[in-house]
Design a protein around this ligand. Structure first.
Ligand code: NAD
Length: 485
């Protein structure tokens, strides 16, 4: 595992290499500021080297082109991740600040992605198309070639796994650039891939900043596809750069996802799920349930119960397994605190939280208390924009129509949940909510990152799908072959 006693290295062409231009940066524990590792501040020259290694890999005839071999090696990666789960979880918890239990779940999820996509690697068949007795026509699903993967810091090992595993399963070579705030577990995935037998050049990991590494990678002439996970603003930049090159790309962006509670909801089930959906990973979750839409007849009761539960939660260093760790950086903390202040100035009421926790143990990190705001109007910025912190807004509604209108009243559309005892109503509302996932009487399925369920955004939450079979097909392109007899 990477520690500050090790030197900064990229993983390129099956080798650990220092950066060409010698720059470094450090990854720190966001709860204490302690340095965890030195990383290569890569430059365009490292990007060129990594892309060349990936290109050489896909251009070389090798056993990797036999799908069954990819099944075996990707399953081996799942096994190695499971064997090293504890060390990986500690690394992930310290690098991101998240509670150890959540990091353990993320590592289990990462192993599951490799296992899940390993199972598909030898099942990517095509169609035979009848065009008459004089022709044989069929389709082949081919890899794109070299895939640039650019990831966010909030679930680094899971995001790397859910993107790299299908890209490799489909036969592509990958260059991953993890976020500089939490890159350590992605480097470990690269090392594990090498050990499991992924041939040199098929998985390269280069570290560094977005403008310095992410953009040159995305627009590199030898990259065939860009898979981006991150913020809407950077997604717009990368998406337009890729579009100018007529290069296919996928964008997994942010959200402002609603939990919609009707008057007949099972509150014993719903309230813990509502709280978990906003405090998991300290709310730094693209799929955070950051809006609580409640039927007016139960609004005050639900707000009181959710507030009580949020107020009882404990912040702390991730390794001690608190309910919430710190926010990732001082910048993120300032953004969260600023958005709450603005909301209060615009008329929102703080039910609970709205501040950093007090005490010596919090002085070295960027902690923020679980926060519930009421008196929020769906036109306020706090109800429309992603906060990316443990901040929930409660908004009352009066009818089914009203609930749908408010649920759809953002430019995002990633996840949503409807809580009702009336199954027919649940389905009717699910059909009308504009988001890539809708849950009824749950928020997620728990355990292992739900690899089976396609995930991605409607509207400005993104473009393309990750997870599930759909997440694999994103990394393939169709060739039609027609033979005259
Ligand atoms: P970010 O957009 O700041 O960074 C994401 C990645 O892009 C990082 O690797 C970063 O270094 C790189 N980057 C930054 N600027 C760049 C530029 N100009 N050119 C090229 N690359 C650049 O996002 P973040 O702060 O790391 O992550 C938080 C965001 O990610 C939130 O909006 C969250 O909702 C979103 N997210 C989405 C999903 C999803 O699956 N939909 C999952 C996790 C996070």
């Amino acid at each position: 595992m990477t520690t500050n006693s090790q030197q900064a290295r990229n993983l390129i062409g099956g080798e650990e290499r220092p950066g060409i231009d010698g720059g470094e940066f450090q990854s720190v524990d966001p709860a204490t500021g302690e340095v965890l590792g030195s990383l290569v501040a890569s430059t365009e020259r490292d990007v060129d080297l990594a892309v060349a290694a990936a290109r050489a890999a896909v251009d070389r005839d090798s056993d990797w082109q036999v799908p069954r071999n990819r099944v075996i090696v990707l399953n081996r990666m799942a096994t190695l991740i499971r064997e090293r789960a504890e060390g990986l979880a500690v690394l992930e918890s310290r690098d991101t600040g998240k509670p150890l239990l959540q990091a353990q779940a993320d590592v289990a999820g990462a192993a599951r992605y490799f296992e899940f996509y390993a199972g598909f690697a030898d099942k990517l068949d095509g169609r035979s198309i009848p065009v008459g007795p004089d022709f044989v026509d069929f389709t082949v699903r081919e890899p794109y070639g070299v895939v640039a993967v650019i990831t966010a810091w909030n679930y680094p090992i899971q995001i790397a796994a859910r993107t790299v595993a299908p890209a490799l399963a489909a036969g592509n070579a990958v260059v991953v650039k993890p976020a500089p705030e939490a890159p350590l577990s992605t480097l470990e995935i690269g090392r594990i891939a090498h050990e499991a037998g992924v041939p040199a050049g098929y998985l390269n990991v280069i570290t560094g900043g977005g403008p310095e590494v992410g953009m040159p990678l995305a627009i590199h002439p030898d990259v065939d596809l860009v898979a981006f996970t991150g913020s809407r603003d950077v997604g717009k930049l990368l998406g337009s750069a890729a579009a100018r090159l007529i290069r296919p790309f996928s964008l997994e962006l942010g959200g402002k996802s609603p939990n919609v509670l009707f008057e007949d909801a099972d509150l014993e089930k719903a309230i813990p799920a509502v709280v978990n959906a906003i405090v998991q990973n300290a709310g730094q979750n693209c799929a955070a349930g950051s809006r609580l839409l409640v039927h007016r007849s139960i609004h005050d009761q639900v707000v009181a119960a959710v507030g009580e539960r949020m107020g009882s939660l404990r912040c702390g260093h991730g390794i001690g397994n608190p309910d919430l760790g710190p926010l990732i950086t001082q910048r993120q903390h300032a953004k969260v605190a600023g958005m709450v202040q603005e909301a209060v100035a615009a008329g929102a009421r703080i039910v609970v939280g709205g501040a950093s926790p007090e005490g010596e143990e919090f002085s070295g990190g960027h902690f923020y208390l679980p926060t519930l705001l009421s008196g929020v109007d769906s036109k306020m910025a706090i109800a429309r924009e992603e906060v990316f912190g443990p901040v929930l807004v409660a908004i009352p509604f009066d009818s089914d129509q009203d609930a749908v209108q408010i649920a759809n009243d953002t430019t995002y559309g990633l996840t949503s949940a409807v809580w009702t005892a009336d199954v027919a109503r649940g389905h009717r509302i699910a059909r009308r909510i504009r988001s890539g996932q809708v849950y009824i009487n749950t928020y997620g399925v728990g355990g292992g990152g739900s690899a089976e369920l396609p995930f991605g955004g409607y509207r400005q939450s993104g473009h393309g799908r990750t997870k599930g079979l759909e997440g694999l097909l994103e990394f393939t392109q169709i060739k039609n072959v027609c033979v005259a007899l």
